[in-house]
Design a binder for this molecule. Sequence first.
Ligand code: NAP
Length: 461
Amino acid sequence: MPIATVNPATGETLKTYDALGAEEIERRLAAAEAAFRTHRTTTFAERALLMRRAADLLDEERQDIARVITTEMGKPVKQARAEAAKCAKAMRWYAERAEELLADEEPADVDVKDSGASRVIVRYRPLGPVLAVMPWNFPLWQVIRFAAPALMAGNVGLLKHASNVPQTALYLQDLFRRAGFPEGCFQTLLIGSGEVEKVLRDPRVKAATLTGSEPAGRSVASVAGDEIKKTVLELGGSDPYIVMPSADLDRAARIAVTARVQNTGQSCIAAKRFIVHADVFDAFAERFTAGMKALKVGDPMDEETEVGPLYSERGRADLEELVDDAVEAGATVLCGGERPDRPGWYYSPTVLADITPEMRIHREEAFGPVATLYRAADLDEAVAIANDSPFGLSSNVWTRNGTEVDRFVQDLEAGGVYVNGMTASHPAFPFGGAKRSGYGRELAEHGIREFCNITTVWHGA
Ligand code: NAP
């Protein structure tokens, strides 16, 4: 894929970049190694000062970077601004708490004595340069939720961003540099995916995190496995959104629309499969479809726009293929199912019913504003449909019955269960998936510890 900014709202190529050559990659790897030698010895307070400065800069520049993001990947500009604000919040969250989250731990006296030691300390030490392979859909947030904890832990970062967001990728490198992080602490590598293996195999790179599709995850994880390097994988999702008869139906239907079309439906944690109890299916389907039809599709730079273009022509074609396949196999189109008549890579908000397991959309991720509706006879069937997916990122359940909540929490195969609301990440809570949605966790203390060498320091009596 060429490294270029191509505006999804017009299809126009605005800027192209040459990929880094071998010499330049080598220079950056050496800079990362050198930076780590110093950065690892800095105090949490010193790192926090720089991280807060980066957060302040991002806040000041929110409007400008939001416009860059919208130009590069097409999300409505209001959502791009909100993404930047969320990043600044996460940076401050880790600046504030990293020291406490990575504080030395002393196991209970009784266990220390049992081991024959006078004292045992568990220490969280940084690993070194970490390679981050990142997607375009939240081009700031996906990077910051890796970079903020990694830098605060004393690691240094090498970013290989998606090829369609080079300006955002370079902005991030510049942001950390201007905040005062020494050269080499956070570098953007403008390289294609074909160069990732070479960088990952380099002995100076100690670990990798990838957010993206299943094939990309498989490829990076197998190279890392071959090199015995730690990985965190945040992959695709096809999250269920289950509505039971006791739910507040109006709220459930209203939030369902946002849960499906946030980021023009191109979110890993967007609700994608709406599984509704038969007693309330018709009422929910009517309200939900009305909400999807009423969405304002348009220019992503317009403050009123709720649904913009898809990120690329390929992205729209993939989505269209999934819809066409379902319709040919008997799915009913309740709304949408077509391209609106305008330039750019738009696709109308779409609701499909009568989904069967043979349809591709039942198992594959619909990355765009397309919802599938399922009718479930009871809770058991709702759980069975929800779990009949290769993915297990998050899940949403709507019920006012506590026993049902317990059953869902016990049985849903996912990294999150959001009750009477929609999935959303927050710096304080762990985030990650099960099954083919990946492994490892980001955010909270779980995220910052992923790239630490957890060291046992044992002192004899
Ligand atoms: P993608 O095609 O997998 O790309 C993600 C990143 O991986 C890009 O930087 C890409 O580089 C690189 N890449 C692609 N193939 C690779 C390979 N074989 N080896 C090494 N690197 C490779 O995914 P996407 O289309 O950008 O993003 C959408 C996917 O990300 C969806 O499945 C979505 O659900 C998932 N996602 C997951 C989460 C989560 O937290 N679980 C969050 C956001 C998105 P190029 O751009 O140069 O190809």
